[in-house]
Write a protein that binds this ligand. Structure first.
Ligand code: NBG
Length: 792
């Protein structure tokens, strides 16, 4: 961006004056943030419009997603515009600190975890690779809840009312109406600019906010029935009021169905209207638009598209369906059974009856197709989109979508050969893999400025930022002592920064000399935070027995939210809190190990954790973590992976070398062999160390305050239930290997040079995990779209 300090300064002054009635020196940090946001918007709007016009001439892809976990915008935008230090300086002249202004911005936490953050990384990479890619989502007023940890270790949830949106542009002229059976709401788009790094392109993320058609009922209001008067209005606002705080598990909730339909109806109306304006003829839509369904949440887009074509545009049903088959593609993000979305037909009929009809018709056509192909009645039942009055959203997405992709090689293979094998046999040509990625701009340039500067120094330029595969050139320094030392010095400084931050927000002082061993992600049994906790407790017992045990100091950091309705996940958080209290308060172990559960893990916290990690813990049960993306962020920032052979871990160690990471535990094929024969009790009875840590749940070592939660955890490992075998996630089976591998980490850490070499090899080979690579693969293999670059 062309940067004129005086122009920006005057704009900040002007916006402070007209928006808040204050002078710069009277303004709060939030006011400065918003004024600065507007000042920047004002500068970039011409390029934003130009990009839109350019893209109008090209086929576009639309990424519809119920979640976009964007985090903060300001710092990243300044980095991508190349004006971070200029703004820093300008603010300094005004007696302001850019850091404080950045901290005034709340995270746009409109997502739960990996799926939502991936969508955010894709947006940024789409802009940076100049792709005509637009995002569609919901502008939830309240994103994911704010998490606190009580002194007893348990999670507490508070609403997170997201107020700062310094770059969101309300576009009232583009409002549309979404129709439900017995009421209609307005959908108002808020556009967020997605600023490219190293190019003038600016892409768009369009988020819909639901609003009532009338604010309140005047007659009721005059009759002093105040609550009644705003009832309808609240009902409309409810739709985009809050993000459903669940990750992976799906629960059938009426409000969620409303949200899903609201999202797809508004988005489809919007893109159809636009297509009509530019091209007139709707039969050509498949040549101009590809729509990616991010998981099954937006699958109703398929029947909604058909509804719009048939009911509003006079297209025949067959043509509309045939076109749908050229427009929609579907990404699967998990194989967990409980996550497969299903909607009761009665619910759909109650809310959106016309859509129910269309789904029935799609299903009928599909079944006819299968009959023609000679499938038997029972086979057809299995494929059916509607089964026992329930709509199987994945079936709908696969039956109509022209492409289906998994998010890492292992996951895509499991889809093809196991989970969706019957579908793969039916439509082999639809199945693809697109290994996830992360944007290096946020996850290195912005969050790890020390390492960024050093990489640019070593490579002689900044080209690597837009072509991350260039990091490979760093391998030549693998025996260069000075470089290795510098990399470790940077890590140490980053650890000190994290220590300061944690002191401030958690009130705990950590030791930067210790190994920072970090497991941050949503809380889920399959991710096995409990296994990590068991290991730590075992280590503590050994240290108590032998205080002179020769291990480096270690700090174990956990972070992540549990779905408020997921009792077992919450019990695990509490248990970790309890062992953390036990260990941290025991002076006899001389502070050799420390355990911390950080509060409210989110994008902004991740930006501080990733650069400071030594060990990245990725220990899911093999086959369960579709990909993971935190693992990639850690790798890029020079941490070694301690993980199972699962998800993208497989590709990470293939790229960086197994010898530079710590892989342990059962693999998918081992688990297959064990299945049906696994007996967790054997492990428990034969291994006193396992018995001791598992029994800590119930023998008074720690306390759940009498709630019975820990007993339930114990039961889940050893007793099971009618619906679940004991220890379905194989914690006890992997315990020994975990322990042995952690010992290897301790030994490796002592050899400083070798450790630095491992870190360097991970950084040097992180190139393929750039989301630029991923998004270009989607563009080429699925969407058939090409980059379109604004001229300089
Ligand atoms: C998550 C997977 C992760 C994966 C992200 C992004 C859901 C439903 N799935 O392994 O658990 O990295 O998606 O693909 O959130």
């Amino acid at each position: 961006m062309k940067f004129d300090k005086n122009v920006i300064k005057q704009s900040i002054e002007r916006y402070c004056k007209v928006k808040y009635g204050v002078k710069i020196d009277e303004a709060s940090n939030v006011q400065i943030l918003n004024a600065l946001g507007l000042a920047i918007l004002e500068e970039i709007i011409p390029e934003w419009e130009e990009t839109e016009q350019l893209y109008d001439k090209h086929k576009r892809a639309y990424y519809i997603s119920a979640e976009f976990l964007m985090g903060r915008a300001l710092g990243n935008n300044l980095i991508n515009l190349g004006i971070y230090s200029e703004i820093e300086e300008l603010l300094k002249e005004l007696n302001l600190d850019l850091n404080d202004v950045e901290n005034a911005e709340e995270d746009a936490a409109l997502g739960n975890g990996g799926l939502g953050r991936l969508a955010a990384c894709f947006m940024e990479s789409g802009a940076t690779t100049d792709l005509p890619l637009q995002g569609y989502g919901i502008r939830y007023s309240n994103g994911i809840f704010k998490q606190g940890i009580r002194p007893d270790g348990s999670q507490i949830e508070e609403v997170e009312n997201w107020k700062s949106d310094p770059f969101g542009l309300r576009k009232e002229n583009l409002e549309v109406e979404v129709e439900f059976k017995d009421f209609n709401v307005k959908a108002i788009p808020y556009d967020t600019p997605i600023i490219a790094y190293g190019s003038r392109n600016i892409n768009t993320l369009r988020l819909w906010q639901s609003e009532p058609k009338v604010e309140f009922d005047f007659v009721l209001f005059n009759g002093q029935a105040y609550d009644e008067a705003v009832k309808e209005s609240n009902r409309a606002k409810d739709i985009s009021r809050v993000l459903y705080p669940n990750d992976t598990n799906e629960q059938g909730k009426l409000l969620r169905l409303k949200q899903q339909y609201f999202l797809v109806s508004a988005s489809l109306q919007d893109l159809v209207r636009k297509h009509k304006q530019i091209h007139g003829d709707l039969s050509t839509l498949p040549e101009w638009a590809a729509i990616q369904l991010n998981d099954t949440h937006p699958t109703l887009a398929i029947p909604e598209y058909i509804r719009l074509m048939v009911d509003h545009e006079g297209m025949g049903f067959s043509e509309a369906l045939a076109n749908a088959k050229k427009i929609f593609a579907y990404t699967n993000h998990t194989i967990l059974k409980e996550a497969l979305e299903k909607w009761n037909m009665d619910l759909i009929k109650k809310l959106i009856p016309r859509i129910a009809k269309i789904i029935e018709k799609i299903n009928w056509e599909f079944i006819e197709e299968l009959k023609e192909k000679g499938y038997s009645a029972s086979q057809i039942d299995h494929y059916s989109i509607i089964q026992y009055n329930t709509v199987h959203m994945a079936n709908l997405a696969i039956a109509v979508g022209y492409a289906v992709n998994g998010v890492a090689q292992l996951h895509s293979d499991l889809l093809k050969y196991v989970e969706l094998n019957s579908w793969f046999k039916l439509f082999p040509e639809k199945f693809q893999n697109k290994t996830n990625g992360i944007t290096p701009r946020r996850w290195l340039n912005y969050s790890n400025r020390r390492l960024t500067a050093y990489i640019s120094e070593l490579l002689g330029n900044e080209d690597w930022v837009r072509d991350l595969s260039k990091l490979k050139e760093l391998e030549k320094y693998v025996n260069d002592d000075a470089v290795l030392k510098n990399i470790m010095d940077i890590k140490y400084k980053n650890k000190e920064s994290l220590v300061n931050y944690i002191k401030e927000v958690e009130g705990v002082r950590l030791d930067p000399e210790s190994i920072f061993d970090i497991q941050v992600k949503r809380l889920h049994e399959y991710k096995r935070q409990l296994l990590n906790a068991f290991y730590i407790l075992d280590l503590y017992y050994r240290l108590k027995e032998n205080p002179d045990m020769d291990i480096p100091k270690v700090t174990f950091i956990f972070g992540g939210k549990a779905f408020p309705g997921y009792a077992r996940a919450k019990a695990i958080i509490k248990y970790i809190g309890q062992i953390s209290n036990l260990i941290n308060n025991d002076e006899t172990i001389n502070g050799k190990i420390k355990v911390l559960y950080i509060q409210n893990y989110r994008v902004t916290y991740a930006e501080k954790l990733m650069p400071a990690a030594d060990v990245s813990k990725q220990i899911s049960t093999a086959g369960k973590e579709a990909s993971g993306t935190g693992n990639m962020k850690f790798m890029l920032n020079g941490a070694v992976t301690f993980g199972t052979y699962d998800g993208a871990n497989v590709e990470i160690v293939q790229a960086a070398g197994e010898e530079n990471n710590f892989i342990f535990g059962l693999r998918v094929e081992d688990i297959d062999k064990l299945s049906g024969k696994y007996n967790s009790r054997e492990y428990y009875e034969k291994n006193p160390d396992i018995k001791k840590v598992v029994d800590s749940l119930v023998d008074g070592t720690v306390s759940d305050g009498g709630s019975g939660e820990f007993q339930d955890l114990w039961n889940s490992l050893l007793v099971g239930s009618s619906w679940e075998a004991p220890d379905t996630y194989y914690l006890l089976a992997d315990f020994k290997a975990f322990k042995q591998t952690e010992e290897k980490v301790f030994v490796a850490y002592k050899n400083k040079k070798h450790w630095a070499q491992m870190c360097l090899m991970n950084i040097a080979n992180a190139g393929e995990f750039s989301s630029d690579r991923t998004i270009l693969e989607y563009a080429k293999d699925i969407w058939n779209i090409k980059p379109a670059t604004l001229s300089l």
